[in-house]
Design a protein around this ligand. Structure first.
Ligand code: AMP
Length: 278
């Protein structure tokens, strides 16, 4: 599974990426983390990035694209990955398309975490507090002043990706204002609906089928009427496994936009107006 998590700073991309890693056993590729590690290691790229990051700007496209191109070549990314914080510009998205195309890989979905901007400052302040409480160093860019600049970068350079991926029928929007648990559940529901992961309902149907087959086997050994019943039940169970759920059918029929619409909260009038102004 290959996913992109899209959203402004503080929208919960990192938190959700970690939860997905845990559940699906794929790697999280966070360009922000990689750049911070490079900065801590004092590499030339890291030092250049540190300066840019501390002011809330974006590191040049070619730098982050090179980092991602190298990273997805690593063996641990072969099973799939979640991109957190990349791409952040349209040229980065185009470069990613090229990279994946060359490797004959497909992007499953882009999940946008939609949040109210007014909540972001609180979230970022809370993150800084929690980091301090753990005795770790607080990010240089987790301050109100830098956050304002990071948000401005997001609006002008990253938000166009919403249109980019929605045109390519990859965009799925989740209400990022829900609790962490709810957001995770919603993301997993969407992933199951588009067939990126095995839906829960199918997994339980398979379990049932397994149980019924076992019963059928035992019945076969016993009497003829029991065998007939067993066979019928087994057939029904197999059918249940084969039969895709309604959602999966819808996803297969290409109604990804429909799923997205269902998953997405309607943008507030205020937000729509703001976007229209921009
Ligand atoms: P993040 O940890 O994703 O919030 O990223 C922290 C900072 O790293 C950003 O504010 C940027 O300065 C830089 N950064 C991370 N990812 C990218 C990217 N894809 N393109 C450009 N700059 C990035």
């Amino acid at each position: 599974m290959r996913l992109i998590l899209l959203g402004p700073p503080g929208s919960g991309k990192g938190t959700q990426a970690q939860r997905l890693v845990h559940k699906h056993g794929i790697v999280q590729l966070s360009t922000g983390e990689m750049l911070r590690a490079a900065a801590a290691a004092g590499t030339p790229v890291g030092l250049q990035a540190k300066e840019i990051m501390s002011h809330g700007g974006l590191v040049p496209d070619e730098v982050v694209v090179r980092i991602i191109a190298d990273r997805i070549e690593q063996p641990d990314a072969a099973r799939g990955f979640i991109l957190d914080g990349f791409p952040r510009t349209v040229p980065q998205a185009a470069a990613l398309d090229e990279l994946l195309k060359k490797k004959h890989l497909k992007l499953d979905a882009v999940i946008e975490l939609r949040v109210n901007e007014s909540a972001l400052l609180d979230r970022v302040e809370k993150r800084a507090e929690e980091t301090r409480a753990r005795g770790e160093e607080v990010r240089l860019d987790d301050t109100p002043e830098v956050l304002i600049k990071r948000l401005a970068s997001y609006r002008s350079l990253t938000e166009p990706l919403i249109h980019y991926y929605s045109e390519r029928r990859k965009l799925l929007t989740v209400d990022g204002m829900m609790t962490i648990e709810h957001v995770t559940r919603e993301i997993n529901r969407i992933l199951a609906a588009i067939g990126a992961v095995e839906p829960k309902v199918e997994a339980s149907a398979r379990k049932t089928a397994k149980g019924v087959r076992k019963v059928a086997k035992t019945a076969k050994k016993a009497s003829r009427p029991a065998r007939t019943a067993g066979r019928g039940a087994s057939k029904a169970a197999a059918k249940a496994v084969k039969r895709p759920s309604k959602v999966k059918k819808a996803a297969k029929a290409g109604t990804r936009a429909g799923i997205a619409r269902k998953a997405a909260p309607r943008p507030s009038k205020k937000l729509t107006k703001k976007r229209a102004k921009r």
